[in-house]
Design a protein around this ligand. Structure first.
Ligand code: AGP
Length: 617
């Protein structure tokens, strides 16, 4: 939710920030803006719409300043207007600020500031911060030099703030300086040669530096071209840890693909290989996870796993539940992170928590992790973004190594979460009753997945043709059973979020308990057909749909034959190990949603109303 880029150095800030903002657009794209310090004041450019609109506007202005802040917005407080776009400038013109997060007590602070004579141009909570910093700055005597006065005004303001923030602040009285701080919203400092950057995500920094400092909650940083100092809100100095970003800027480029979603769907074989690399035991019968920080003896005491997440990650949790219970026979509970944090659920004494998050910044998932830890439970994270808040706050975890995922609709991160869940199920199953031979066979099944995924991707033209025929429908059902039920949910979510088509996912047999009322020749059903004992049961569900003139797209393992004429369209997936089936079955529903959205002219990578990382409640 919202992206921030700030620059302090020797180059023109505007061009650098605009490039960074383009990479952060997935975080919000309602409006964008930038401010640079030049002459004696602040030059402000803002526009509703995308970063491209801002870039156009900026090109008509003389922006030579070498110190600036910028923002791409996902609206929370106040509609999508130029006035509500960031940066916001205090009414005395002394402070410019960009913000990602929500200030919960802004009404109270606004009243106070109005009484003090400050005025407001926007409906945002953020403008309150700009004015409050200006208020503290005006009251603040110079302490140990002017730079400290600026820092101190920001610090004093933040002591009064309830809510979440990542902020970057400028003052024309302090050219060549920036103050940034975070609580609950990500913020990363890029350490370059005679320049420093601040951003919500490393993708906005990597073209200039690979040396980064991940700010922690409650930290402030004072930045100049020559250096930076890190401290906490209670004035303690912090020794910075400089990390190296391991991926390059090319990985966040579109390359030959028209959309990031397509690129990321086609990157899945590689992402799956990366998820497995170095993670099988030497005897070839189990998995290894160095980052869990738990011994096999620790695992023996665990009698339940609790998995929480949001959105697509929650679907991965459901697959993890199925695989762990099926292969390791350990009970698993799955909860929406947003519910878990408030539900005060009774928990088993020896439960182990897992959160799943691509970004590692989703606020509900982070809150669930903190709640579990507060109750004294160990909490593990399956996370893609290295150094993210969830990855850092978890007691241990498994990095996905899927590479940057830019498309708002999660694709490669999801299948990588499924593969890691399958490996984790193997890991705990081998500590219980799974035999050596079954472990070896299971691993062979997982190792085959990247190549099998390539074979599914070869069907993209076939799936595109189906999508062209079905793009006209406005309602879809997705139906699956057992481990394919979460894939039905995921298929419905993908279609909803990028093509705005109403879609629902159900366990196939539940269909006759209500959703069958939707069936007509205007509501196609996508069936995820299992092999094994439920194959015939699912065929019966398909017959029930056909009897009501429903259209059927069937995703079927290649060695199974459907009765002639039962399905209108068939997409096959290669025969595979049971633990790999949800992964391979996901790819067709991703491609189907993608091509339908493209056929309907939707903005696939930036669907309306959505942002990739939901860092506000
Ligand atoms: C996925 O397509 C969605 N955009 C969304 O549901 C996402 O999975 C959810 O917001 C969780 O994000 P996270 O994995 O980064 O925590």
């Amino acid at each position: 939710m919202c992206g921030i880029v700030g620059y302090v150095g020797r180059q023109k800030a505007a061009a650098i920030m605009l490039e960074g903002l383009k990479r952060l657009e997935y975080r919000g794209y309602d409006s964008a803006g930038l401010a640079v310090l030049q002459g004696d004041g602040i030059t402000l450019v803002k526009s509703i719409g995308r970063v491209a609109a801002l870039a156009k506007l900026a090109s008509s202005r003389k922006l030579s300043g070498t110190c600036g802040i910028s923002h791409t917005r996902w609206a929370t407080h106040g509609g999508v207007t130029d006035a509500n776009a960031h940066p916001h400038v205090s009414s005395d013109g002394q402070i410019a600020l960009v913000h990602n997060g929500v200030i919960e007590n802004y009404v109270h602070m606004k009243r106070f500031l109005l009484e003090k004579g400050y005025t407001f141009k926007s409906e945002t909570d953020t403008e309150v911060l700009a004015n409050l910093i200006a208020y503290h700055y005006a009251k603040q005597p110079a302490v140990n030099g002017e730079g400290s006065r600026f820092l101190e005004a920001v610090r004093k303001t933040l002591l009064h703030v309830e809510g979440t923030y990542g902020i970057a602040v400028l003052s024309p009285a302090h050219p060549g300086e920036m103050v940034a701080a975070r609580k609950g919203s990500p913020l990363i400092l890029g350490v370059g040669e005679h320049e420093h950057l601040i951003a919500s995500d490393v993708s906005a920094l990597v073209s200039r530096t690979q040396n980064v400092v991940y700010l922690k909650d409650g930290e402030l940083v004072h930045i100049t071209p020559a250096g930076f100092t890190l401290s906490t809100l209670d004035l303690a100095d912090v020794s910075p840890v400089i990390d190296q970003v391991t991926w390059s800027v090319d990985e966040a480029e579109l390359g030959e693909h028209p959309h990031f979603m397509r690129k990321e769907i086609f990157e899945q074989p590689l992402a799956l290989e990366n998820a497995m690399r170095g993670r099988f035991s030497a005897d070839g019968s189990s998995a290894n996870f160095g980052g869990l920080n738990l011994t096999p003896a620790d695992f023996r005491t665990i009698d339940r796993f609790v998995f929480t997440s949001c959105g697509t990650g929650w679907h991965a949790c459901l697959v993890a539940e199925h695989l762990i219970e099926r292969f390791a026979r350990i009970p698993v509970e799955v909860d929406y992170a947003s519910e878990f944090r408030y539900r005060n659920a009774p928990l088993d004494r020896d439960a182990l928590f897992f959160v799943i998050s691509q970004s590692g910044e989703t606020i509900d998932t982070l809150a669930a992790l903190r709640e579990a830890k507060r109750k004294g439970y160990k909490c593990m994270a399956i996370c893609n973004v290295v150094g993210s808040t969830i990855a850092r706050e978890a007691d241990g975890g498994i990095y996905q190594h899927a590479g940057p995922e830019i498309g708002v609709a999660s694709t490669k991160a999801f299948t990588s979460q499924l593969l890691i869940s399958a490996m984790f199920a193997l890991y705990v199953a081998r500590m219980r009753d799974m035999s050596f031979a079954d472990g070896v066979e299971y691993i062979a099944g997982l190792k085959a997945v990247p190549d099998l995924a390539r074979r599914v991707l070869e069907q993209a033209p076939h799936i595109q043709n189906i999508a062209l025929r079905y793009a006209k429908y406005n309602d879809f059902l997705f139906l699956g059973r057992l481990s394919l039920f979460p894939i039905a949910l995921e298929g419905a979510l993908k279609l909803k979020e990028i093509s705005y088509i109403h879609a629902e996912g159900y366990p196939a047999a539940e269909m006759k308990h209500g959703p069958i009322a939707l069936i007509s020749d205007q509501c196609p059903s996508v069936f995820l057909v299992p092999k094994g004992e439920l194959f015939n049961k699912v065929l019966s569900s398909m017959q029930e749909i056909k009897a009501r003139k429903g259209l059927i797209i069937a995703i079927v393992p290649e060695n199974l034959e459907l009765p002639e004429g039962l399905a209108d369209e068939v997409i096959t997936i290669p025969d595979c190990h049971e633990a790999a089936l949800p992964i391979l079955a996901t790819i067709p529903v991703q491609l189907l949603s993608y091509y339908i959205a493209v056929a309907r002219g939707c903005d696939v990578d930036k669907p309306r109303n959505l942002a990739k990382s939901v860092t506000v409640e």
